[in-house]
Design a protein around this ligand. Structure first.
Ligand SMILES: Nc1ncnc2c1ncn2[C@@H]1O[C@H](COP(=O)(O)OP(=O)(O)OP(=O)(O)O)[C@@H](O)[C@H]1O
Length: 384
């Protein structure tokens, strides 16, 4: 979709901002460009919409050399979001959002209807926020308008330069989540510049880690965190990359432990005998539909009645496919040694700290070997 071929940019004062850059972004892919200040990220991005022209090399979009495309026509295919947002202060939010469709000659009513749709998509009620002016919005809300405006003419490509940079960390995380949800629906080809490795890892299908004017590694977040290509990348992603990796590694059914299970309506004594025979001290309790109810300790079961009379409610659960970090968070929140993993309401198994560690190690090995995680085996931590 977007292809850089040996692209170099030298500014008139002799500064080489990027040097011999070659990489490709597939259609519908979100690539984050990350690196320290002054490494050439913004220059890279601005060459795509021809706000900056390369000194040498070519950039192709859908196979076409963009140097041969009229810049105005080119920019119609490209949405652009910048940190300062740049909303017109004397125009309403609705009109700000409708700027590009209006520019390219849509009828006013159609442009405004589209703008309302987009405001809704980025989580702003058009009835409430559409008539307001930019200074009547919070920083986070203005950022959302920036994203809505960039999407208004439905361009296939989106360039985003530190789009969530100007807001506090909590709002930032919220905007990132919303953006990911939206991207899952609209599937634009996105280049997103950030200097924040956490953001790069969280948002990118792939990440380009920049050194000075060059890409040091171009790979999936898991691979960059698990097997940094150079000491520079290792240093940049940080000593806590194992922790960061928790946020990009999804829980899979194979990661789970199968604990003893008891049913709510089962006689307590019978469940106790079964646990004792298995050498287990506790069981996960499911209701008659197989949905998670809670847990019960063996010492609670030496009585008449059913498991349901003695079981304790337990809400420590995460959906399968959620990041390991979420499971870890839930474990800490409930001060529990396990967290149930559900598929919709169905109980699949539990994740324990040891299993979580195994899943993490398996995903590191899988990335290093370039194979799916379920094809990696090693001596489990418990056996080691
Ligand atoms: N117009 C210009 N003339 C001369 N040098 C420039 C010009 N624009 C950028 N540079 C230099 O090119 C290099 C790359 O700049 P660029 O803005 O691409 O970096 P960046 O990675 O986006 O940095 P930041 O994260 O600070 O925005 C820097 O050394 C910068 O000083």
């Amino acid at each position: 979709m977007i292809r850089f071929e040996q692209v170099t940019k030298r500014y008139p004062d002799g500064t080489t901002a990027v040097d011999g850059l070659s990489f490709e972004v597939s259609e519908g892919e979100l690539v984050t460009l990350v690196g320290p200040s002054g490494c050439g990220k913004t220059t890279t991005m601005m060459m795509v919409n021809r706000l900056i022209e390369p000194t040498s090399g070519r950039i192709l979009m859908d196979g076409e050399d963009i140097a041969a495309v009229d810049p105005v026509r080119l920019r119609r295919r490209i949405g652009y979001v910048i940190q300062q947002v740049g909303l017109f202060p004397h125009r309403t939010i609705l009109d700000n959002t409708a700027t590009v469709p209006a520019l390219i000659g849509w009828k006013r009513a159609k442009a405004r209807a589209r703008a309302a749709e987009l405001l809704d998509l980025v989580g702003l009620d058009p009835k409430l926020y559409g008539p307001r002016y930019p200074d009547q919005l919070s920083g986070g809300q203005r950022q959302r308008v920036g994203v809505a405006r960039a999407l208004a003419a439905d361009p296939p490509v989106l360039l985003m330069d530190e789009p969530f940079g100007a807001v506090d960390p909590v709002v930032r995380e919220q905007l990132q989540d919303e953006f990911l949800r939206m991207q899952a629906a609209v599937r634009k080809t996105v280049l997103l510049v950030t200097h924040d490795i956490e953001e790069a890892v969280r948002l990118g299908d792939r990440i380009a880690v920049y050194g000075q004017g060059r890409i040091e590694q171009f790979d999936t977040p898991g691979a960059v965190l698990g097997t940094p290509a150079t000491p520079y990348v290792a240093e940049f992603v940080g000593a806590d990359r194992g922790l960061k990796r928790l946020s990009v590694t999804a829980i899979e059914a194979e990661d789970l432990e199968q604990p003893p299970v008891a049913r709510l309506d089962e006689p307590a004594g019978q469940a106790a005998d079964r646990l004792r025979a298995d050498g287990a001290r506790w069981a996960v309790v499911l209701d008659t539909y197989g949905d998670l109810h809670g847990w019960v300790g063996i010492e609670d079961l030496d009585s008449d009645g059913t498991v349901g009379d003695r079981a304790r409610r337990m809400n420590a659960w995460v959906p399968v496919g959620a990041p390991l970090k979420q499971a870890f968070g839930v474990m800490l929140q409930h001060d529990a040694g396990w967290v149930a993993v559900l598929d919709e309401a169905r109980f699949l198994g539990v994740l324990t700290p040891a299993k979580l560690h195994e899943a993490l190690r398996r995903s590191v090995d899988a990335d290093a070997l370039g194979v799916p995680r379920d094809q990696v085996s090693f001596d489990s931590v418990a056996d080691a």
